[in-house]
Design a protein around this ligand. Structure first.
Ligand code: NAP
Length: 478
């Protein structure tokens, strides 16, 4: 596929030169055409120029289309289309009608459709398929629509290195892929042009994989906030006629955050354990997990990151405890009353052990939790081997759950034994927060039993307990 860099005399006379003659594209430069001098057209033109391409713009108003990247030319659409073999259509789909009249000039060219829509399912066919229908003689490739004008201008970074593309012509896709690579992007082929609708839906998605974890976080936070509000503040007011509502801001918040964090951390590891039991029960790894489990597994990273956010809040709220007015007041008052009454307190070694262990488990748990968060960053995880990544995320992950759970057990200590802890017959919040992580730890420990672990490892290596066809026992496949 050769890209014609020579512009006919006729074309030259219609074109508007946007830079001095001496600085026009060198003869060996590949010339690419961009229809549309809007935001995306300009950013794309700028980027192409930086990467050594020559750029001509096709515009309705070549003489008054505003400032374009230095070194580019603006022409009418016919002239621009004839000057290059690859044309970017940086125009909204609603305005594609003008292209139909350009069919003779666009036949045999590669048309790159970058367009997106404002809503899903706005049109019966994708924009790229519509474009292909308008110009059947061209090879339409859907690409670059998932990048913003801003990211195109600034060049690829870790977060937006991918350019998804699809199209019916292999050669046309190759030409676009080559150009995307030259621009510093990683091209990912999504198949034929029928995949264009899917690509056009990508930019319309709003944090799809964060939705479920955020709902869980909001639900848990709201539940525990009202639960603790009733147990702590309302109960004290109703039963003791004491107003401790000021505790809502720090004390209550600092109970809700660690509870939600611990439950969400456990929820992040629970689907993996459920999946293992399901594989053991079915005796094969080749059957699909139920949809709910699949969805749960896919949002584990987000569950973990939100849990880490709550853990950070818990740490910050804990750090301000010594400077709180209420705490300072209570310490001063207790010291003064002891002096007045000439009382001393006896040092309790058990309490000292418990308090130190409680803090130590909390610090270790939080430290490992931060490590898990860091290793989930794409730039870090990309630098790790699969074994290193799974060691951190799995082994250290369960250790984190263990430390954080122990931290909570040490916080509660023997409180659960006293009836006074069950205000209005409700268990304390920390006790509720221990249910999921404790179940997780017990289930995980059972999986680590040598006989169970052996069976699970065999299943994960491909062994199946029974043949689905004839029911006979299969031997190890490895
Ligand atoms: P824009 O700033 O509105 O520019 C669109 C350009 O289309 C105009 O500058 C105009 O160029 C041309 N145009 C307008 N009406 C026309 C008509 N009736 N007939 C022919 N040409 C017409 O839009 P944009 O942000 O660059 O987006 C262009 C396309 O890229 C859209 O399909 C959009 O979905 C897609 N996209 C944009 C971004 C982004 O970040 N902006 C990201 C991904 C995809 P002339 O005046 O020179 O003719």
């Amino acid at each position: 596929m050769s890209v014609d860099s020579s512009v006919s005399n006729e074309v030259q006379s219609e074109s508007v030169l946007l830079c001095p003659q001496g600085t026009t594209a060198a003869p060996e430069q590949k010339l690419l055409c961009i229809f549309g001098t809007g935001d995306l057209g300009r950013s794309l033109g700028q980027r192409l120029l930086q990467c050594g391409y020559g750029v001509v713009y096709g515009s309705r108003r070549p003489n008054s289309c505003g400032p374009l990247p230095w070194g580019t030319k603006a022409m009418n659409h016919e002239a621009a289309a004839m000057s290059a073999a690859l044309v970017f259509v940086c125009v909204h789909r609603e305005n594609y009608d003008f292209l139909e009249a350009l069919a003779p000039q666009l036949n045999g060219k590669v048309l790159v459709d970058v367009s997106n829509n404002l809503k899903k399912n706005l049109y019966p066919e994708s924009n790229a398929e519509y474009l292909q229908r308008l110009i059947p003689g061209a090879d339409v490739v859907k690409a670059f629509n998932t990048l913003s004008a801003w990211s195109l201008q600034n060049g690829p970074s870790d977060a937006n290195r991918q350019v998804y593309l699809c199209g019916n012509s292999v050669q046309a896709k190759q030409a676009v892929e080559e150009m995307a690579t030259k621009l510093g992007f990683a091209a990912l082929d999504r198949g034929s042009l029928s995949a264009a609708g899917e690509l056009e839906d990508f930019p319309l998605q709003l944090f799809p994989e964060w939705r479920l974890p955020l709902r869980v976080a909001v639900g848990l936070t709201a539940f525990f906030f009202f639960y603790l509000l009733m147990r702590d503040v309302v109960y004290t007011y109703v039963e003791k006629r004491k107003d401790i509502s000021f505790r809502i801001m720090v004390s209550l918040a600092n109970k809700v955050f660690p509870i939600v964090s611990l439950i969400m951390l456990a929820l992040c590891y629970l689907p993996g354990v459920i999946a293992a039991y399901l594989q053991l029960y079915r005796g094969t790894k080749y059957r699909r997990f139920p949809d709910w489990l699949d969805r749960w597994m896919l949002c584990r990273k987000q569950l973990g990151l939100i849990a880490l956010g709550f853990a950070f809040l818990h740490v910050f709220y804990t750090l301000i405890i010594p400077i709180r007015y209420y705490v300072r007041f209570r310490i001063t008052e207790s010291t003064i009353s002891k002096i007045r009454e000439n009382r001393t307190s006896v040092f309790d070694t058990t309490t000292a052990w418990r308090a130190d262990s409680f803090y130590s488990m909390g610090i270790l748990g939080f430290g490992l939790f931060v490590l898990l968060g860091i290793s989930s960053l794409p730039s870090v995880s990309n630098a790790l081997s699969w074994r290193e990544f799974s060691f951190i995320q799995s082994k250290l992950g369960y250790l984190t759950v263990f430390f954080c759970t122990l931290h909570t057990y040490l916080y509660g200590w023997d409180k659960f034994l006293y009836l006074s802890s069950y205000k209005w017959f409700t268990p304390p919040g920390y006790l509720l927060s221990l249910v999921v992580p404790s179940v997780l730890i017990v289930l995980k420990l059972l999986l680590l039993l040598p006989c169970v672990d052996r069976s699970l490892t065999r299943i994960r290596q491909g062994w199946e307990r029974t043949d689905p066809e004839d029911g006979s026992v299969k031997a190890l496949l490895t």
